[in-house]
Design a protein around this ligand. Structure first.
Ligand code: GLP
Length: 248
Protein backbone atom coordinates (compact mmCIF):
# COMPACT_ATOMS: atom_id res chain seq x y z
CA UNK A 1 0.00 0.00 0.00
CA UNK A 2 1.24 3.50 -0.87
CA UNK A 3 0.95 6.15 1.80
CA UNK A 4 0.68 9.88 1.30
CA UNK A 5 4.01 11.71 1.60
CA UNK A 6 4.01 15.40 2.40
CA UNK A 7 6.25 17.23 -0.07
CA UNK A 8 7.35 20.81 0.63
CA UNK A 9 8.97 22.73 -2.16
CA UNK A 10 10.93 25.66 -0.69
CA UNK A 11 13.01 28.23 -2.52
CA UNK A 12 16.40 27.62 -0.95
CA UNK A 13 18.42 25.13 1.12
CA UNK A 14 18.51 27.76 3.89
CA UNK A 15 14.70 27.93 4.07
CA UNK A 16 14.57 24.15 4.12
CA UNK A 17 17.03 23.96 7.01
CA UNK A 18 14.97 26.41 9.06
CA UNK A 19 11.70 24.60 8.31
CA UNK A 20 13.18 21.22 9.21
CA UNK A 21 14.57 22.63 12.45
CA UNK A 22 11.11 23.88 13.39
CA UNK A 23 9.60 20.46 12.68
CA UNK A 24 12.31 18.78 14.79
CA UNK A 25 11.81 21.16 17.72
CA UNK A 26 8.03 20.84 17.61
CA UNK A 27 8.15 17.02 17.60
CA UNK A 28 10.99 16.47 20.06
CA UNK A 29 9.78 18.99 22.62
CA UNK A 30 6.69 16.86 23.20
CA UNK A 31 8.72 13.73 24.02
CA UNK A 32 10.38 13.01 27.37
CA UNK A 33 13.51 11.25 26.06
CA UNK A 34 13.54 11.79 22.31
CA UNK A 35 15.59 9.90 19.77
CA UNK A 36 16.78 11.74 16.67
CA UNK A 37 18.14 9.83 13.70
CA UNK A 38 20.85 11.76 11.87
CA UNK A 39 22.57 11.63 8.50
CA UNK A 40 25.88 12.80 7.07
CA UNK A 41 26.79 14.22 3.66
CA UNK A 42 26.58 17.85 2.60
CA UNK A 43 22.76 18.04 2.57
CA UNK A 44 22.16 18.15 6.36
CA UNK A 45 25.05 20.58 7.02
CA UNK A 46 22.80 23.65 6.85
CA UNK A 47 20.36 22.02 9.21
CA UNK A 48 23.16 21.32 11.70
CA UNK A 49 24.28 24.95 11.34
CA UNK A 50 20.72 26.07 12.15
CA UNK A 51 20.55 23.72 15.15
CA UNK A 52 23.78 25.23 16.52
CA UNK A 53 22.62 28.80 15.87
CA UNK A 54 19.29 28.13 17.56
CA UNK A 55 21.03 26.48 20.55
CA UNK A 56 23.44 29.43 20.92
CA UNK A 57 20.47 31.79 20.91
CA UNK A 58 18.95 30.01 23.89
CA UNK A 59 16.73 27.74 21.80
CA UNK A 60 16.29 23.98 21.97
CA UNK A 61 18.33 21.95 24.47
CA UNK A 62 19.66 18.52 23.48
CA UNK A 63 20.43 17.37 27.05
CA UNK A 64 17.76 14.67 26.93
CA UNK A 65 18.18 13.75 23.27
CA UNK A 66 19.80 10.56 22.01
CA UNK A 67 20.96 10.46 18.41
CA UNK A 68 21.47 7.50 16.10
CA UNK A 69 23.41 7.94 12.87
CA UNK A 70 22.79 5.97 9.73
CA UNK A 71 26.21 4.75 8.71
CA UNK A 72 30.00 4.76 8.94
CA UNK A 73 32.87 3.87 6.62
CA UNK A 74 34.57 0.55 7.29
CA UNK A 75 38.20 1.05 8.30
CA UNK A 76 37.95 4.67 9.51
CA UNK A 77 37.95 5.26 13.23
CA UNK A 78 36.35 8.27 14.87
CA UNK A 79 39.56 10.30 14.85
CA UNK A 80 39.81 10.12 11.04
CA UNK A 81 38.61 13.45 9.58
CA UNK A 82 36.54 11.68 6.91
CA UNK A 83 34.83 9.33 9.33
CA UNK A 84 31.19 10.04 9.98
CA UNK A 85 31.80 10.07 13.75
CA UNK A 86 34.32 12.89 13.24
CA UNK A 87 31.92 14.68 10.88
CA UNK A 88 29.12 14.58 13.46
CA UNK A 89 31.35 15.79 16.32
CA UNK A 90 32.77 18.62 14.22
CA UNK A 91 29.54 19.76 12.61
CA UNK A 92 27.07 19.29 15.43
CA UNK A 93 27.78 17.43 18.66
CA UNK A 94 30.73 19.58 19.81
CA UNK A 95 28.58 22.72 19.54
CA UNK A 96 25.38 21.78 21.38
CA UNK A 97 24.65 20.44 24.88
CA UNK A 98 24.14 16.82 23.85
CA UNK A 99 25.91 14.20 25.99
CA UNK A 100 28.45 12.42 23.78
CA UNK A 101 27.56 9.07 25.35
CA UNK A 102 24.05 9.59 23.99
CA UNK A 103 25.26 9.85 20.39
CA UNK A 104 25.52 6.64 18.40
CA UNK A 105 27.42 6.01 15.16
CA UNK A 106 28.42 2.51 13.97
CA UNK A 107 31.98 1.52 14.80
CA UNK A 108 33.74 1.13 11.44
CA UNK A 109 36.83 -0.41 13.01
CA UNK A 110 35.11 -3.02 15.19
CA UNK A 111 37.09 -6.29 15.27
CA UNK A 112 33.94 -8.26 14.56
CA UNK A 113 32.00 -6.21 12.03
CA UNK A 114 29.07 -8.64 11.86
CA UNK A 115 28.62 -8.47 15.63
CA UNK A 116 28.77 -4.67 15.42
CA UNK A 117 26.05 -4.70 12.75
CA UNK A 118 23.82 -6.90 14.88
CA UNK A 119 24.40 -4.69 17.92
CA UNK A 120 23.52 -1.59 15.89
CA UNK A 121 20.39 -3.09 14.38
CA UNK A 122 19.19 -3.97 17.90
CA UNK A 123 20.01 -0.45 19.07
CA UNK A 124 17.70 0.90 16.36
CA UNK A 125 14.93 -1.61 17.14
CA UNK A 126 15.15 -0.78 20.84
CA UNK A 127 15.30 2.99 20.23
CA UNK A 128 13.38 3.74 17.04
CA UNK A 129 13.99 7.39 16.15
CA UNK A 130 11.10 9.78 16.72
CA UNK A 131 12.41 11.54 13.61
CA UNK A 132 14.94 10.19 11.12
CA UNK A 133 16.69 12.73 8.92
CA UNK A 134 17.67 11.40 5.48
CA UNK A 135 19.52 12.71 2.47
CA UNK A 136 19.37 10.89 -0.85
CA UNK A 137 22.20 9.72 -3.09
CA UNK A 138 22.19 10.69 -6.75
CA UNK A 139 21.38 7.02 -7.50
CA UNK A 140 18.51 6.98 -4.99
CA UNK A 141 20.42 5.43 -2.10
CA UNK A 142 19.46 6.14 1.49
CA UNK A 143 22.16 5.74 4.16
CA UNK A 144 24.47 3.42 2.18
CA UNK A 145 21.69 1.17 0.90
CA UNK A 146 22.58 1.09 -2.75
CA UNK A 147 20.09 0.27 -5.56
CA UNK A 148 19.18 -3.41 -5.34
CA UNK A 149 19.34 -3.49 -1.53
CA UNK A 150 16.58 -5.61 -0.05
CA UNK A 151 13.74 -3.72 1.61
CA UNK A 152 14.16 -6.35 4.37
CA UNK A 153 17.81 -5.47 4.98
CA UNK A 154 19.06 -4.70 8.49
CA UNK A 155 22.39 -3.16 9.50
CA UNK A 156 25.21 -4.79 7.56
CA UNK A 157 28.51 -4.24 5.78
CA UNK A 158 27.83 -3.01 2.25
CA UNK A 159 30.01 -2.56 -0.83
CA UNK A 160 29.76 0.98 -2.16
CA UNK A 161 28.98 1.41 -5.85
CA UNK A 162 31.41 3.19 -8.17
CA UNK A 163 28.83 5.98 -8.44
CA UNK A 164 28.78 6.56 -4.67
CA UNK A 165 32.57 6.31 -4.38
CA UNK A 166 32.84 8.96 -7.10
CA UNK A 167 30.18 11.20 -5.49
CA UNK A 168 31.88 10.99 -2.09
CA UNK A 169 35.43 11.38 -3.39
CA UNK A 170 35.03 15.17 -3.14
CA UNK A 171 35.57 14.85 0.60
CA UNK A 172 38.85 12.94 0.18
CA UNK A 173 42.26 13.94 -1.25
CA UNK A 174 41.92 11.31 -3.96
CA UNK A 175 39.33 8.78 -5.10
CA UNK A 176 41.64 5.93 -4.02
CA UNK A 177 41.28 7.03 -0.41
CA UNK A 178 37.48 6.56 -0.38
CA UNK A 179 36.66 3.38 1.55
CA UNK A 180 35.02 0.70 -0.56
CA UNK A 181 32.75 -0.52 2.21
CA UNK A 182 30.57 0.90 4.93
CA UNK A 183 28.39 -0.24 7.80
CA UNK A 184 24.90 0.91 6.92
CA UNK A 185 21.64 0.83 8.79
CA UNK A 186 19.41 -1.38 6.63
CA UNK A 187 16.22 -0.31 4.92
CA UNK A 188 14.11 -2.27 7.40
CA UNK A 189 15.91 -0.48 10.25
CA UNK A 190 15.29 2.94 8.69
CA UNK A 191 11.59 2.16 8.24
CA UNK A 192 11.30 1.64 12.04
CA UNK A 193 11.55 5.40 12.61
CA UNK A 194 8.28 6.94 13.78
CA UNK A 195 8.66 9.75 11.28
CA UNK A 196 11.10 10.48 8.46
CA UNK A 197 12.25 13.76 6.94
CA UNK A 198 14.08 13.48 3.61
CA UNK A 199 15.92 16.53 2.30
CA UNK A 200 16.87 16.82 -1.39
CA UNK A 201 18.65 19.87 -2.75
CA UNK A 202 20.46 20.51 -6.02
CA UNK A 203 20.08 19.24 -9.58
CA UNK A 204 22.16 16.10 -8.93
CA UNK A 205 19.23 14.76 -6.89
CA UNK A 206 16.49 15.54 -9.43
CA UNK A 207 16.31 12.14 -11.16
CA UNK A 208 16.47 10.19 -7.91
CA UNK A 209 13.73 12.35 -6.38
CA UNK A 210 11.43 11.97 -9.39
CA UNK A 211 12.00 8.20 -9.40
CA UNK A 212 11.25 7.77 -5.71
CA UNK A 213 8.10 9.88 -5.81
CA UNK A 214 6.48 9.21 -9.15
CA UNK A 215 7.16 5.56 -9.98
CA UNK A 216 6.16 2.39 -8.20
CA UNK A 217 8.35 1.47 -5.22
CA UNK A 218 11.00 -1.10 -6.07
CA UNK A 219 14.43 -2.08 -4.87
CA UNK A 220 16.19 -0.35 -7.78
CA UNK A 221 15.27 2.89 -5.96
CA UNK A 222 16.00 2.42 -2.23
CA UNK A 223 14.36 5.76 -1.37
CA UNK A 224 11.09 4.65 -3.00
CA UNK A 225 10.50 2.39 0.04
CA UNK A 226 9.38 5.55 1.82
CA UNK A 227 6.13 5.33 -0.16
CA UNK A 228 5.23 2.59 2.31
CA UNK A 229 6.03 4.57 5.48
CA UNK A 230 3.16 6.26 7.30
CA UNK A 231 4.85 9.52 8.23
CA UNK A 232 7.27 10.98 5.69
CA UNK A 233 7.93 14.62 4.92
CA UNK A 234 10.09 15.58 1.96
CA UNK A 235 11.72 18.98 1.66
CA UNK A 236 13.10 19.85 -1.77
CA UNK A 237 14.41 22.94 -3.47
CA UNK A 238 13.52 23.94 -7.03
CA UNK A 239 16.65 22.35 -8.55
CA UNK A 240 15.98 18.97 -6.96
CA UNK A 241 12.26 19.09 -7.78
CA UNK A 242 12.42 20.37 -11.36
CA UNK A 243 11.82 16.96 -12.97
CA UNK A 244 8.69 16.19 -10.95
CA UNK A 245 5.66 16.52 -13.26
CA UNK A 246 3.41 19.46 -12.43
CA UNK A 247 0.34 17.25 -12.14
CA UNK A 248 1.98 15.26 -9.35
C1 GLP B 1 26.24 9.50 1.51
C2 GLP B 1 25.51 9.12 2.79
C3 GLP B 1 24.02 9.35 2.68
C4 GLP B 1 23.75 10.70 2.06
C5 GLP B 1 24.28 10.72 0.65
C6 GLP B 1 24.08 12.05 -0.06
O1 GLP B 1 26.55 8.45 0.69
N1 GLP B 1 25.76 7.79 3.22
O2 GLP B 1 23.42 9.25 3.97
O3 GLP B 1 22.37 10.97 2.04
O4 GLP B 1 25.66 10.45 0.66
O5 GLP B 1 25.09 12.93 0.28
P1 GLP B 1 25.10 14.48 -0.02
O6 GLP B 1 24.13 15.06 0.95
O7 GLP B 1 26.50 14.92 0.25
O8 GLP B 1 24.69 14.66 -1.41
Amino acid sequence: MRNIMKVYLLESPGRIARAVLEQIKETLSEIENPVLGLATGSTPLRLYGEMIRDYNNGGFSYKKVRTINLDEYVGLDGSHPQSYRYFMNENLFDHIDIKKENTFVPNGVAKDLDAECQRYSKLVSDNPPDIQILGIGSNGHIAFNEPGSSFDSTTRVVDLTENTIKDNSRFFDSIDEVPKQAISMGIKDIMKAKSIILIATGTSKAKALRRMLTEHYAEDSPASVLQMHKNVTIYADESAAHLIPEAF
